[in-house]
Design a protein around this ligand. Structure first.
Ligand code: NAG
Ligand code: NAG
Length: 303
């Protein structure tokens, strides 16, 4: 798929005319609402709710050893016919080692349930690694699971501005691009425009550095919008109506465009502590779920 071709197709025709729709998945946390670690059966209930509401059978996590995530989620996925993107948190050596061990032990045991492995989430954005350093970590993990797709996830602008070029040249199997109209402080009526623009910039840059359009599988790794009770960010107002609009226009539009999307996130996470953002304002990150902590949908999740 070449993005500039897709754009002209999308401009020329209704999205419904684009044949190959993207695949939808959800980011899924490792903890119950009270902060305890999820068991296998709790992951199974999560998966039941996700497939019933959206039809999706794919979830992604961030750190395979956190709350014994790989150990508990992979048998649940097998039971429920789901696939999982396992994460390795490489920022510090300790978590890199622990997550890699978890992938080695459980990922290989449940290989059919592992859709892919991401080494790092926004590490270039945070400045933890250079592209070359991150590529080396990706290649280390690839040696452990040579038959599984391995790559990374980062913010759209770190792909667009060249920070990830060494990663791209190394031709990882898969790259996830995070892009949020919300985190660019966009009002809801321009948020989908910004989301598409971000994704387009990142994808066209990746494809031009890769020198082709198909050697690296590309996903939108995260997008989403906080619902009622969440924090505003600039002109981006939290609210369930806005989240529903962003989902139906942005997420469903991106899928119709042929791009794979992970929605951030499946369920509210009320255990999360409030953080103070760059602006000095308190940020509530507990209300990003497409569904509540009770696993009930807040708006229509079918496209
Ligand atoms: C790397 O990432 C961690 C968060 O995972 C952060 O606390 C730390 O400051 C970062 N290190 C550098 C050198 O940026
Ligand atoms: C809308 O989004 C586009 C793409 O990000 C941006 O260039 C433009 O400035 C935005 N418009 C407004 C009014 O913020």
């Amino acid at each position: 798929m070449h993005f500039s071709t897709l754009i002209s197709v999308a401009l020329a025709a209704a999205p419904a005319a684009v044949s190959a729709a993207g695949t939808l998945g959800f980011a899924l946390g490792t903890k119950n609402p009270d902060g305890s670690c999820k068991s296998q059966s709790e992951y199974e209930s999560d998966m039941d709710a996700i497939v019933a509401a959206s039809g999706s059978t794919l979830v992604r996590g961030y750190a395979a050893s956190d709350c014994n995530a790989a150990q508990n989620i992979l048998p649940a996925a097998k039971e429920k016919g789901f696939k999982v993107v396992l994460g390795i948190w490489p920022d510090v050596e300790e978590s890199f080692t622990k997550d890699t061990e978890a992938v080695k032990e459980y990922g290989t045991k449940y290989e059919d349930q592992v859709y892919a492995i991401t080494v790092g989430s926004e590490t270039l954005y945070r400045g933890n690694f250079t592209g070359a350093e991150l590529l080396e970590k990706i290649q280390t993990v690839k040696k452990i699971m040579p038959n599984t797709k391995v790559g990374t996830a980062d913010s759209w602008n770190k792909y667009a501005d060249g920070t990830a070029d060494d990663v791209i040249r190394g031709k990882p199997d898969i790259l996830l691009i995070n892009a949020f109209g919300y985190w660019q402080g966009q009002p809801i009526d321009n948020a989908t425009h910004t989301y598409f623009d971000d994704m387009m910039q990142a994808i066209t840059h990746i494809q031009s550095v890769a020198g082709d359009t198909d050697s690296i599988e590309i996903w939108n790794g995260e997008t989403g919008w906080p619902t009622d009770g969440g924090s505003d960010y600039g002109a981006a107002s939290a609210g369930t109506d806005n989240a529903a609009t962003y989902y139906s226009e942005g997420v469903c539009g991106m899928l119709a465009w042929g791009v794979n999307v992970f929605y951030f996130e499946a369920f509210d996470e009320p255990w999360k502590p409030h953080t103070v953002g760059d602006s000095g304002n308190a940020a509530d990150e507990t209300k990003w779920g497409a569904m509540g902590a009770d696993r009930k949908t807040k708006f229509d999740l079918k496209c």
